[in-house]
Write a protein that binds this ligand. Structure first.
Ligand SMILES: Nc1ncnc2c1ncn2[C@@H]1O[C@H](COP(=O)(O)OP(=O)(O)OP(=O)(O)O)[C@@H](O)[C@H]1O
Length: 258
């Protein structure tokens, strides 16, 4: 039997008040790493917040692992399986790194017995085991970001939403981060990675979505995006040129991968 996709959006409309940011969007996410590229203001964060069930859709259907979200109760149930790293995440400065990640595990209702080992595992995965007892306020910007990544992956959620997770990471940590999300994907996790770093997408993603004005204008493997590159398109790599090319042409394409 075919497995239900991690996420299925049908005719999603989302915005702020009367302002529509995303309109009539269909989208399907499978296990693996999906990169989400798009210019500033394209609607990436709006999409991630919707998938994190922070803001209910203005219209359309949101489905996780085959179950449609129809109520706050459904949303809460879905949230147990979703790890989310917002672009700007809040934390109590006086919390230790362990307390912060454990608190995020508690918010996601990771069972008490599992929360301790899961916290240790998540901190080890982002290379922060040695800073576990330190206060959050003592971390550097890149370390804070890694603590946020640990909070998103703690308890092994089946769907992980990451909003610009590699901002502030040094090159070695970015390479480790790519390894981390690839290994999560191998275990069957669906990872949605919103980023402006095209090379992260080329190195770590199975699929790339390009969002422009709230519409998916390209969907497919990174190699396919690279093949779109027009000879005169700006960029330092085929993938960057392909990205710039599809942004320039803006052909709305329905995402129908599953
Ligand atoms: N809370 C809000 N209230 C009103 N408008 C908002 C709000 N948050 C975002 N917007 C608007 O929604 C649009 C999409 O913003 P969003 O943050 O989703 O884009 P993005 O693709 O994540 O951009 P960036 O790459 O700059 O992070 C923008 O025009 C933005 O001004």
């Amino acid at each position: 039997m075919l497995q239900a996709p991690a996420v299925r959006l049908t005719s999603l409309t989302q915005g702020y008040g009367d302002r529509r940011i995303i309109e009539d969007l269909d989208l399907c996410l499978q296990p693996g790493v999906t990169g989400l590229l798009g210019p500033n203001g394209a609607g990436k964060t709006t999409l991630l917040r919707t998938l994190a069930t922070i803001a209910p859709p203005q219209d359309g259907t949101l489905e996780f692992f085959g179950t449609v979200v129809r109520s706050e109760r459904d949303a809460r149930r879905a949230r147990r399986r979703i790890g989310y790293l917002p672009q700007d995440f809040g934390y109590y400065p006086a919390f230790s790194v362990t307390e912060f990640v454990r608190y995020c595990a508690w918010l996601r209702e990771v069972p008490d017995k599992e929360a301790g080992p899961a916290t240790e595992k998540a901190l080890a995965a982002v290379g922060l085991a040695d800073r576990a007892p330190d206060r959050m306020k003592s971390l550097s910007g890149g370390m804070l970001r890694r603590a946020g990544i640990a909070a998103a992956i703690v308890g092994s959620p089946a769907l992980i939403l990451l909003d610009e997770p590699t901002v502030g990471l040094d090159p070695a940590q970015r390479l480790d981060f790519r390894d981390l999300i690839r290994s999560l994907a191998r275990e069957g996790t669906a990872v949605l990675l919103s980023t402006h770093l095209v090379e992260d997408v080329g190195a770590a993603c199975d699929t790339v979505l390009v969002l422009k004005d709230g519409q998916v204008v390209h969907s497919g493997p990174p190699q396919q995006l690279a093949r779109q590159a027009a000879p005169a398109a700006p960029g330092d790599s085929p993938l960057e040129r392909g990205y710039m090319t599809v942004l320039g042409t803006h052909r709305p394409a329905r995402e129908t991968a599953c």
